[in-house]
Design a protein around this ligand. Structure first.
Ligand code: MG
Length: 203
């Protein structure tokens, strides 16, 4: 199982971190060990002093493929949820400054959170996904996939030009503006519309 992530897929978030809006999807990966398993506590990573949440729509790949054309890409994912791409922002800033890879900031154990999975229906595929993140009961991020720079289909097609995609692979499709810090004892809750799909306490 592989975890793909898209960076800078919402213009307002690219702007808040001082990044240019990309001309093609920015892709990075997390290993399987990054996925927080169900009923497992989430601990603040000891190597960071600036842990950021990034709420994102996550897709689940349902068909093996390579060189998938964009018009066929919707056949390759069947479910979605809301998740968090946790980021050690202080580590990332250091690595970015030196032009080094991001893994230490992004790919550590349990840095990938997923909520309850929901199946796409033909209707759901046509509608934008509205999602949000609450921190200690206050909304800190609100997203709408209509604002994505690159669509789900474009992302799946693009990834598959470089990597085979396999059943069970996950794709974090990028975060909207409003990323921010969280600390021990914060409670993060992810919403699809008004439906809560995960609750996570930072320990
Ligand atoms: Mg992200």
């Amino acid at each position: 199982m592989k975890i793909f992530c898209v960076g800078r897929n919402y213009a307002d978030h690219a702007k808040e971190l001082g990044n240019a809006v990309p001309e093609e999807p920015v892709i990075f990966m997390k290993p399987k060990s990054a996925l927080l398993q169900p009923n497992t506590p989430f601990y603040y990573p000891q190597f960071s002093n600036e842990l950021h949440y990034e709420a994102e729509v996550v897709l689940r790949i349902s068909k093996n493929g390579k060189y998938v054309e964009e018009p066929a890409a919707a056949n390759y994912y069947d479910a979605f949820t809301i998740g968090i791409d946790f980021t050690a922002r202080d580590i990332q800033a250091e690595l970015k400054k030196k032009g080094l890879p991001w893994e230490k900031a992004k790919a550590w154990d349990n840095s990938a959170i997923v909520g309850k999975w929901m199946m796409f229906t033909p209707d759901l595929r046509k509608q934008p996904i509205v999602f949000s993140l609450q921190k200690n009961k206050e909304t800190v991020q609100s997203g709408n996939t209509a604002d994505m720079i690159f669509s789900f289909d474009r992302i799946v097609s693009h990834i598959s030009q470089y990597f085979s995609i396999n059943i069970g692979d996950l794709i974090y499709t990028g975060t909207p503006a409003g990323v921010g810090e969280c600390v021990t004892d914060d409670v993060l809750e992810g919403y699809y519309g008004s439906e809560k799909v995960f609750a996570l306490e930072v320990k």
